[in-house]
Design a binder for this molecule. Structure first.
Ligand code: ZN
Length: 226
């Protein structure tokens, strides 16, 4: 009964969303299997000053507004103002399906958002994007209690760093913080999949690819993790 109710709610959600979208949603045009290369090339255009997404900006607004969206790539990124997701990948309106919070950590709303993206919108790749000099990761490394709701952030990142050597953790020049940023990305990728039967199935069916990367706030470059 519980399963039937869940299925019914899901179908209702997808049905309503489909009804909101007309028959010809604008697709980003990024094919499965080409997400990483597209992001690499977009980041290269960003670095070289050859960004082009603005060239079809007005058209994309009109098409997505009228016919609906069909983004290809979901991104779980940090809220850090130095990491404007669409800009650093030279992507435009309707291309990326983005969740941002301080520390790019998985939570239920992020999981639900990506499930929606994969099941209802056609998202075929999800990138978890960390970055250098991440304040949320640094705060977690410092281990000091934070006031208000900020403790939610460090609690979500702490397991990722639990096995790391924390010596010199506060020193920006040491390798530990970048290693911590990477450890957090890998951990959140794992949590995202392990916490979602829908995403697990999409992976198993070959409908979803997971990517991880680190954005360097000093150079503007993105390094993808193996
Ligand atoms: Zn950050």
């Amino acid at each position: 009964m519980k399963i039937h109710l869940r299925s019914a709610l899901f179908l209702l959600l997808v049905g309503s969303l489909a009804a909101c979208s007309a028959a010809q949603p604008r697709t980003s045009g990024i094919k499965p299997g080409e997400a990483r290369q597209e992001l690499v090339e977009g980041n290269q255009r960003f670095l070289e000053g050859g960004m082009r997404s603005h060239a079809w900006h007005d058209e994309s607004i009109m098409q997505t507004g009228t016919f609906g969206q069909s983004p290809s790539i979901g991104v779980l990124s940090c809220a850090d103002s130095r990491v404007p997701t669409e800009i650093i990948f030279d992507q435009g309106v309707g291309d990326l399906f983005v969740v941002r919070n301080a520390g790019n950590f998985r939570n239920d709303s992020a999981t639900g958002t990506f499930e929606y993206g994969v099941e209802a919108l056609g998202v075929h790749s999800i990138l978890v994007l960390g970055h250098t000099k991440c304040g949320a990761v640094k705060a977690t490394l410092a281990g000091e209690p934070l006031p208000g709701h900020m403790s939610v952030i460090t609690a979500a990142i702490q397991p990722a760093l639990a096995k790391m050597d924390r010596t010199a953790a506060s020193d920006d020049e040491s390798p530990e913080p970048i290693a911590a940023d990477e450890a957090n990305v890998r951990w959140q990728m794992k949590q995202l999949i392990e916490g979602s039967e829908l995403l697990q199935k999409a992976l198993a069916d070959g409908r979803l690819t997971m990517l991880g990367g680190i954005y360097d706030v000093e150079t503007g470059g993105v390094r993808f993790l193996d």
